[in-house]
Design a protein around this ligand. Structure first.
Ligand SMILES: N[C@@H]1[C@@H](O)[C@H](O)[C@@H](COP(=O)(O)O)O[C@@H]1O
Length: 245
């Protein structure tokens, strides 16, 4: 595991954008795994700025998002498809048919999960997966207790996750109860993983990731066994500097 500590969230986001841009330069038809939430917003802003200023092209890039809520129409402002359009897709030259998210309104959700998993691997897998982390250590929407062997599946969201995500909705009751998420095994198959961790609320999760054991009680600990993991944490996520020494 490689770890970078940045002064603040802005620098954390910039570092992740730099890594993504380097990989695009090396492989202009790469497959990018994308995440949502508050953490990567600044990274998407940086990619959009770079596209506008330096013209980095996404014409040959394919993206696969980690997850999507169940039951939100795709044009709902809180769907992850809307998030991705607002923060990235509408501002770069990626053809819409090369952007992939699970369909949370599919009639047969189980079949949708199988199809999404097959689509990812049929495409040759993810080259670089961008990740955030939940306060309880969830990655994607894989809550504590999820099998490390899991593939794309339907999950019931933990109350704490619905509470944490309520800030994007009018109230907690509006947060969907279920989501489709890549499984932990799906995520681990990415050739490279970049995990961003920002802010005081994530201190415990970072501490546990760096110093705890590998256990299904803490989904992010699965990442410790990945051969190409980069963690980018801002200073606010570090309670005590010695944790990264
Ligand atoms: N499904 C997403 C995750 O992909 C994200 O990493 C995490 C942290 O979110 P945030 O970055 O807003 O703290 O929770 C959400 O529920």
């Amino acid at each position: 595991m490689k770890i970078y500590v940045t002064k603040d969230k802005k620098e954390m986001n910039q570092k992740a954008a730099e890594i993504i841009l380097e990989r695009i330069q090396e492989k202009p038809d790469m497959t990018l795994g994308l995440a949502t939430g508050g953490t990567p917003e600044g990274t998407y802003d940086d990619l959009v700025n770079d596209h506008q200023q330096h013209g980095t092209s996404y014409q040959n890039i394919t993206t696969f998002n980690l997850d999507e809520y169940v039951g939100l129409p795709s044009d709902d402002p809180n769907s992850y498809l809307s998030y991705m359009r607002e923060h990235l897709f509408n501002h770069i030259d990626i053809p819409p048919e090369q952007t992939n998210l699970p369909n949370g309104t599919a009639e047969d959700l189980e079949a949708e999960c199988d199809e999404y998993e097959t689509r990812i691997h049929g495409h040759g897998g993810v080259d670089l997966q961008l990740l955030g982390i939940g306060e309880n250590g969830h990655i994607g929407f894989n809550e504590p207790g999820t099998s490390f062997g899991s593939k794309t599946h339907i999950v019931e969201l933990a109350e704490s996750t619905r509470e944490a995500n309520a800030r994007f909705f009018d109230s907690k009751d509006d947060v969907p109860t279920h989501a489709i998420t890549m499984g932990i095994q799906t995520i681990l198959k990415a050739k490279e993983i970049v995990l961003m961790i920002s802010g005081e609320r994530k201190q415990e999760a970072l501490l546990r990731l760096l110093h705890g054991g590998v256990s299904e009680d803490f989904p992010a600990s699965a990442l410790k066994e990945h051969p190409n993991l980069t963690v980018i944490a801002d200073e606010a996520a570090i309670e005590n500097k010695s944790v990264v020494d």
